[in-house]
Design a binder for this molecule. Structure first.
Ligand code: HAM
Length: 416
C-alpha cells in the first residue's frame, strides 16, 4: 500500500463541507472589505522566496521544497502566499493602476517542518494583501479583516500587536541587541549564533529554552522606534480602539519572515497549545522594491485553514451541519428503480438535491440508507405508484406522509 506523505492530509468527502464553510466565510468577509481574489502558481523561481522571505529565515534556510525542473531551473513550492502576490503585483504593472490594490487568496503552502498537531508540510492559507496604502488605518483594516473572519468562525483569540520599525530604527535596535547578546554568545544555540551575525532581530524569535531565558532580559524594539515609526504605531492603536478591537502590545513579536516593517501582529487562540497562532501578518513596505518594483507600501496577513478548523473543532464553535439530500427516491423492483432513477434525474435538473439507490438494496435497506445519509424525505415507488403517477412522500423528521404526483414533484421538493 502506498501511504500519504508525512505532514500532509486528505480532506475526505465526509469532512470537506467544513472546509467549504471556512472558505465561504473567507470569501464573504473578503467581499465586504472589497478584496478581490488572486491566484498565483503553486511553484515559483526559488530566488523569489530567497529575496522575498529572506535568506536567514528558517523558512528559506531549512523548510523549502526546492528542486531542479527538467530545464535545470531551481523551482520552489510556495512556502507562503505574500511573495507570489507581490511578484504578480509587479509583473502585472498593478502599481500604475488604481491604488490601493486589495487582494485575498486561498492557497496551499509547503514547508518542510517537523509535523505535529497544527503543523503540516502541506497546509492551506487564507491570505490578504493590500498594496499602495502607507497609513496605519490600512494596517488596522487588515487586522479588522482577520478579526471579522475569526468572529465569523466563532473563534476566540487574543490579538497581539507590535512595531518592528523601519530599517533606520532596526539598525539601532540590532546594535543594541548585539551588545546585549554578545556576553551570552557561548550559551546561544547553533542557529542563534548565525542569527547574531546575520539578523539579530531573529534572536528574539528562538524557541530553544536556553535562548528563551536569555531573551527575556533583551531590550525591546519599541524603545528604539524612530519618530515616524512611533507615530505610525500610535495611529494604529487609535484606529484599533476606534474600531472596537481589543489588542495587547507584545514587543516580543518579531515574526518569522524578513519582509516586515513597522506593524506586526498575531492572533493567538487561547484554546489550543503550541500551534495557537492561527493568523499572523504585518506591514512590508520594502518588499516590492526588494523584488525589483518601485517602492510601494503594503500590509497583509495569512491564517492557516487547518489551524482554524482545529480550533473550531476543539471548541465546538459555529460549524454548520452538512447539507443532506432533500429527497431519497426508493424503488420496489427493477422497473420501479428505473422510474426512481429517471425521476431523480428530473428533480436534479430542476435543482433539487436528490439521491436514489445504486446498490440494488431491498426497500427496507433503502430506507435505512436514506436515514443514514440524512435524507429529509423518502418517496417510495412501487407498482401502484408507477400506474397512478402519484407517490407517497414520507417526512423523515415527523413520520408524516403526503401524496405527490410525479409531475408536481420538482415544485414540491423545491419548496421544501
Ligand atoms: P506565517 O506566520 O508564516 O505568515 O503563516 C501564517 C499562518 O499560516 C500561521 O499563523 C499558521 O496559521 C499557518 N501556518 C504556517 N505554517 C504552518 C504549518 N507548517 N502548518 C500549518 N499551518 C501553518 C505568512 O505566511 C505571511 N505570508 C503572512 C502575511 C501575509 N504577512 C503579510 N501578508
Amino acid at each position: 500500500m502506498i501511504n500519504i506523505p508525512k505532514g500532509t492530509k486528505d480532506v475526505l468527502p465526509s469532512e470537506s463541507y467544513k472546509w467549504q464553510f471556512v472558505e465561504g466565510v473567507c470569501r464573504s468577509v473578503s467581499k465586504r472589505f472589497h478584496l478581490k481574489e488572486i491566484r498565483t502558481p503553486t511553484f515559483e523561481h526559488t530566488e523569489l522566496f530567497q529575496r522575498g522571505v529572506g535568506e536567514t529565515t528558517d523558512v528559506v534556510t531549512k523548510e523549502m521544497y526546492t528542486f531542479k525542473d527538467k530545464g535545470d531551473r531551481s523551482i520552489t513550492l510556495k512556502p507562503e502566499g505574500t511573495a507570489g502576490a507581490a511578484r504578480s503585483f509587479i509583473e502585472n504593472g498593478m502599481a500604475s493602476g488604481v491604488l490601493p490594490v486589495k487582494m485575498f487568496y486561498l492557497t496551499p503552502a509547503f514547508r518542510y517542518e517537523r509535523p505535529q498537531a497544527g503543523r503540516l508540510r502541506e497546509f492551506h492559507q487564507f491570505g490578504v494583501e493590500i498594496f499602495g496604502a502607507k497609513g496605519a488605518d490600512t494596517d488596522a483594516e487588515a487586522i479588522m479583516v482577520a478579526d471579522s473572519l475569526l468572529k465569523g468562525l466563532g473563534i476566540k483569540v487574543k490579538l497581539y500587536v507590535n512595531s518592528i520599525g523601519c530599517p533606520t530604527c532596526r539598525a539601532r535596535f540590532n546594535k543594541a541587541l548585539k551588545e546585549f547578546f554578545a556576553p551570552h554568545l557561548d550559551e546561544l544555540c547553533y542557529d542563534c549564533k548565525t542569527r547574531f551575525e546575520k539578523n539579530p532581530l531573529r534572536l528574539l524569535d528562538c524557541k530553544e529554552e536556553g535562548c528563551k531565558k536569555i531573551n527575556a532580559g533583551a531590550p525591546t524594539i519599541l524603545e528604539y522606534l524612530c519618530e515616524e515609526c512611533a507615530a505610525h504605531f500610535e495611529t494604529l492603536k487609535e484606529y484599533l480602539t476606534a474600531a472596537g478591537i481589543e489588542y495587547e502590545i507584545n514587543p516580543r513579536i518579531v515574526r518569522g519572515l524578513d519582509y516586515y516593517t513597522r506593524t506586526v501582529f498575531e492572533f493567538v487562540s487561547t484554546s489550543i497549545g503550541a500551534q495557537g497562532t492561527v493568523c499572523g501578518g504585518g506591514r512590508y513596505d520594502g518588499l516590492i522594491e526588494e523584488l525589483g518594483g518601485n517602492s510601494v507600501p503594503a500590509v497583509g496577513f495569512a491564517a492557516g485553514i487547518e489551524r482554524l478548523l482545529m480550533v473550531m473543532e476543539q471548541t465546538g464553535s459555529a460549524l454548520p451541519e452538512e447539507e443532506t439530500p432533500t429527497v431519497y427516491l426508493a424503488g420496489m423492483d427493477a422497473a420501479c428503480r428505473k422510474k426512481a432513477f429517471t425521476l431523480c434525474a428530473f428533480l436534479r435538473s430542476a435543482g433539487v438535491y436528490a439521491e436514489t439507490d445504486h446498490m440494488e438494496r431491498s426497500i427496507k435497506a433503502q430506507f435505512k440508507y436514506a436515514d443514514k445519509i440524512g435524507a429529509k424525505y423518502v418517496a417510495v415507488i412501487g407498482g401502484n405508484e408507477l400506474e397512478s403517477g402519484v407517490m407517497n412522500v414520507k417526512c423523515m423528521a415527523t413520520g408524516e406522509s403526503e401524496s405527490v404526483a410525479f409531475e408536481n414533484a420538482s415544485a414540491y421538493f423545491l419548496e421544501k
